[in-house]
Structure formats: C-alpha cells, structure tokens
Design a protein around this ligand. Structure first.
Ligand code: 5IU
Length: 261
C-alpha cells in the first residue's frame, strides 16, 4: 500500500480527526508506536504498570471493567495524572456494539464514565453508522473511535465482506469520529487512518485460548500496523522496563525500515 511508504509527519497532514493528530504528535515526539494493553484486575497493578511503561509507550489500553477495586477517584484520577506525566493517551477497549441510545449511556454514565477520561475507544461495526453518530453526539472531547475490523483470535467469525464494510464506515467518518481500525492487515489506503494491531509477542506464538501472535517486525512490515498492541508480552515480563524498551525500539525500527523501503 502507498500508505506504507509515508512517514507519520506526512500522514498527519491528511488526518482530519484531532485525536489522530494528537496521537501521531505523541508517537513522533517519543519515537514510540507501542501501545501497552494492561489487562489487570487491581488498581495498584494498573497504576504501577502505567508508571513503569509510561516512558516507552504512546498509548495505554485498558479494560477498565476487569478491575475488582475500581473507584473513580482512586483509579481514574491517578491514571490521568500518569498519562499527563509520561505523555501517553488512554484507550478504553470497550468494544461498543449496541444501538445509539444504549451506547451513549454506556459511554457517558455508569461507574466508569468513559467519556470523561478516555482519548480513544474501540467500537464494533455491527450496528452501523448510528453507533458512531451517537458517540459523536455524546463526546465533547472529540473521542477517537477505533473500529474492530479484523480479529487476532483463531476461528473468529469476521469475513472479508464485513471487514470491507467496516473500512468504508471508518473512511466516511474519519473527520468526526472514527480515526482508525484494529486489524491484522493493511485495509485502508487513506493515509489518515491509523491501524492498531494486537496479537504481538516476542516470545510465544499463541496462548491457550486461541490468541495468535506475530513479532513486532511482522506486524509492522508484513501486516501494515502503525501501532502495535502488546499485552502479556509486557505485563508478565520479569523486567517490565527493559522489555518495554525492547518492544519500543523494535517497533520503531520496523516503522523506519518500512518508510525507507
Ligand atoms: N485484542 C486482541 N485481539 C483482537 C482485538 C483485541 O488481542 O483482535 I479486536 C486485545 C485483547 C487484549 C490485547 O486486551 O488486545 C492483547 O493482549 P495480549 O498481548 O496479552 O494477548
């Protein structure tokens, strides 16, 4: 794809969504296209890992509803302070998938009040444009929606027609709401659309629940990832900081290689 040869600076000028621009600015500034998926169940673990990973990542991805001791004041406030301190964005992987009215409530209300703190969120394409419209209407902060267009797990039900429909939805709303995709391959040829690719691990090729992994180099050079998402490869490392540094440099080097070829 032509997009593969373009650097983030050049692509930034094609980005219509303010959150996409902001993310790319962070990526260039920190030389990081690494997103850490911090899937842990205690607030102290989340904050501890965010502190350790912060310097090396452009984004921290959460599943805020798996915390057993979530309290807005004790979880979100310190997390926002760490995001500010280390200059990373917060990505809540909520995978919204309902009718507009319900999504709007899930986004703004409840214990988690996602709209008040997340910079990015994931959405499914199944409900169609109404979901994106609802998010746009209920987001004063111009949230960046990232659409799940392909999945990493073996046996998932997404087919290529569905994937194509997701891409056209993302491309048609890239100025207001959707700014990227989660996928396993380069799908959009619009240089403003960012590709997040999960299923990346340096030391194993699968887990025991059908997850599949590739290396950072494969994700970026063969599959077109702009940002790699790494979870347990980081969070279960005996030396989180060194491992984060390693993933960060491998991913950034792969990006530099890609734009030079
Ligand atoms: N995630 C995937 N694959 C996908 C999608 C999301 O792994 O297709 I969509 C999420 C799940 C988890 C993270 O939060 O990315 C990957 O974590 P591990 O690197 O620990 O497998």
């Amino acid at each position: 794809s032509v997009v593969d040869g373009l650097d983030f600076q050049t692509r930034s000028s094609k980005m219509l969504h303010p959150m996409a621009k902001k993310l790319v600015e962070v990526m260039i500034g920190k030389k990081s296209n690494l997103c850490a998926a911090v899937d842990v169940t205690k607030t102290s673990e989340l904050l501890g890992l965010a502190e350790q990973l912060g310097p090396f990542v452009c984004v921290i991805k959460t599943h805020i509803d798996i915390l057993e001791d979530f309290q807005y004041e004790r979880t979100i406030k310190p997390l926002l302070a760490l995001a500010q301190k280390h200059n990373f964005l917060l990505f809540e992987d909520r995978k919204f998938a309902d009718i507009g009215n319900t999504v709007s409530l899930q986004f703004q209300k409840g214990l988690y009040a996602i709209a008040t703190w997340a910079d990015l969120i994931t959405v499914h394409g199944i409900p169609g444009p109404s979901l994106l419209k609802a998010l746009e209407k209920s987001s004063e902060r111009c949230i960046g929606a990232v659409m799940v267009s392909e999945m990493s797990c073996e046996g998932n039900l997404i087919d290529s027609e569905y994937t194509k429909k997701c891409i056209s939805l993302v491309e048609s709303t890239s100025s207001t709401c959707a700014m990227g995709v989660v996928s396993q391959s380069r799908l959009s040829h619009q240089s403003g659309i960012l590709q997040f690719t999960p299923g990346v691990n340096l030391s194993t090729s699968k887990d025991n629940l059908s997850q599949r992994y590739v290396s950072p180099e494969q994700a970026i050079l063969e599959r077109g990832a702009d940002i790699i998402i790494v979870g347990r490869g980081l969070t279960q490392s005996p030396n989180v900081e060194q491992t984060a540094k390693d993933y960060q440099s491998k991913a950034w080097e792969a990006y530099l290689t890609r734009i030079q070829s």
